[in-house]
Ligand binder design. Structure first.
Ligand code: GLU
Length: 298
């Protein structure tokens, strides 16, 4: 079956770490409208791998806010917190293929190392998430690694991206309906963390596996997450998962051009509702702000 003949499946995947704001509203509307105009399916996923930051009242509020906006979604809703076993299995597969290594570094130690290398700036690479991990634990000798593992030293699991790329028969490509064709360059992140110390998985791992699990054919999300797709495309190839297409839509900025975020007191949908805005007015406001937003520098 050609990609075009597939029934479109989209999703909205919020984390219940706060109330939804206009940026979320635009993202949800974008995915929902796409599914509707194509006669496809629109799904919701609750991204709650970081249980220390998620709260049940925020999850309840997500569904209330979506319904208020006039968005309908299909069941079942997928909760990432029910999927830790599947994330573990995929991680074990990559580990068995020797594509991972344990990283015992603390954030502080990494910063110190990068700072030291700062005196020789050519040694520090910068990626989309800041300075790239210098690969300290990749270079540990086997005996030392075994010793630390045997001593149960807390560790994350990192992808050995150089090694992973050598496993691929040809360069990976991916398509974005807004930003065009890309050759995957996961190396821009360096050796990304696939399993955090505290939760045993990561955003990259969970999102990639769950989009495949939910049969998502078009991944829609804000364009600040476009770089992450380089890693997701690599993980799909390594794990034999289907390749969707992507639409990284504009961010929603406020009228001053500042990015909306939970942290920056962006007005929540419930605050707008309490001020008397109707769902139609709220949808129109999200559309207007997205249409006038400045593109993110990628
Ligand atoms: N959970 C992510 C967020 O709230 C979105 C994940 C994604 O769409 O890939 O920003």
């Amino acid at each position: 079956m050609s990609a075009k003949a597939r029934t479109v499946v989209t999703r909205f995947a919020p984390s219940p770490t706060g109330y939804l704001h206009l940026g979320h509203a635009y993202s949800a509307l974008f995915a929902w409208r796409l599914a509707r105009t194509q006669g496809g399916h629109f799904l919701v996923r609750i991204e709650d791998i970081d249980q220390t930051r998620c709260r049940p009242e925020f999850e309840t509020a997500i569904f209330e806010d979506l319904a208020w906006l006039g968005i309908t979604w299909e069941q079942p809703v997928l909760r990432q917190s029910t999927r830790f076993d599947q994330y573990r299995t995929a991680l074990d597969r990559l580990d068995a293929a020797q594509l991972l290594y344990p990283c015992f570094c603390t954030r502080k130690a990494i910063q110190a190392e990068i700072h030291a290398a700062g005196r020789a700036p050519h040694l520090t690479r910068h990626g989309p998430d800041g300075p790239v991990y210098p690969g300290t634990c990749r270079k540990l000798d086997h005996a030392e690694r075994r010793r630390r593992l045997a001593a149960n030293q807390p560790h994350a699991m990192r992808l050995d991206v150089t090694r992973a790329l050598t496993q691929l028969p040809e360069p990976l490509v991916w398509h974005d309906t807004i930003h065009g064709d890309h050759q995957a360059r996961p190396e821009i992140f360096g050796d990304a963390i696939l399993a955090r110390k505290d939760i045993g998985t990561s955003y990259h791992m969970a999102v990639t596996l769950d989009d495949a699990e939910q049969g998502v054919t078009e991944v829609t999300r804000a364009e600040d997450l476009l770089p992450a797709t380089h890693i997701h495309r690599l993980l799909q190839a390594l794990l034999g998962l289907p390749t969707p297409i992507w639409s990284h839509h504009p961010m929603v900025n406020d009228d001053s051009g500042a990015r909306l975020a939970k942290r920056t007191n962006a007005p929540t949908l419930r605050a707008l509702r309490d001020q008397g805005l109707s769902p139609e007015e709220t949808r129109a406001m999200a559309d207007r702000l997205a249409a006038t937003s400045r593109p993110v520098r990628l």
